[in-house]
Design a protein around this ligand. Sequence first.
Ligand SMILES: [Zn+2]
Length: 108
Amino acid sequence: MPSLNIHRNDTVKILTGADRGKTERVLRVFPDKGTVLVEHVRVVKKTISSKTGKRTRGGIAEQESPINVSNVALVCPSCGPVRVGYKQDGNTRVRVCKKCGQTLPTKK
Ligand SMILES: [Zn+2]
C-alpha cells in the first residue's frame, strides 16, 4: 500500500495555485491517488439539489477539493515548510524535519 509523507491533521503550506502561501490543516489523505484534502484550499461551490425532508440553506455549499501532495509542504514547528525525512525509532519509522532533525509526529 502506498503511503504519503503527509498525514491527516498535519499542518501544511500550499506551494502552488490560487491558495499558494496558505498554511492549513490536512483533512484527509488519498494515498492511492497521491492527493490530500486541505482545509480552506481549492474550495469549490457545489450546488445542492434540495432533497425531500431535508431543509437546505440556499442550495450552494462550499467544499474543498483534493490537491496533489507535491503541491504542499509539511510545516515544521521550528523551521516552517520543510522536506520530510525518515528515521527508525524502535520498530516504527518516524518522520523528521530535514532541516533541524526534530521528529514530526502524526497528530491523532
Ligand atoms: Zn525543523
